[in-house]
Design a protein around this ligand. Structure first.
Ligand SMILES: [Zn+2]
Length: 76
């Protein structure tokens, strides 16, 4: 997992023992600490906000390109 979760007891980075993805936006894991050895915990991570890109044709920009700036077949 790309997210680091730190031990609440000693601050050492925890390790993931097992993980699961119950849905497309959530992950669960069992964490343990090798720093102090006194911590085990259950972790739940969730994507709480989703944004998506929308791609649109833009004829105004396309038509504004100077045709002389485009490569010619003879130049390729
Ligand atoms: Zn610890």
């Amino acid at each position: 997992m790309a997210v680091n979760i730190y031990c609440p007891l000693c601050g050492h980075k925890t390790h993931t023992r097992t993980s699961d993805r119950p849905t497309k936006t959530t992950v669960t894991a069992q964490l343990y600490c090798t720093g102090c050895g006194d911590f085990k915990g259950d972790f739940v991570g969730e994507i709480t906000r989703i944004k998506t890109a929308k791609w649109n044709d833009d004829a105004e920009i396309k038509n504004g390109i100077n045709q002389d700036d485009l490569p010619k077949y003879r130049d390729l």
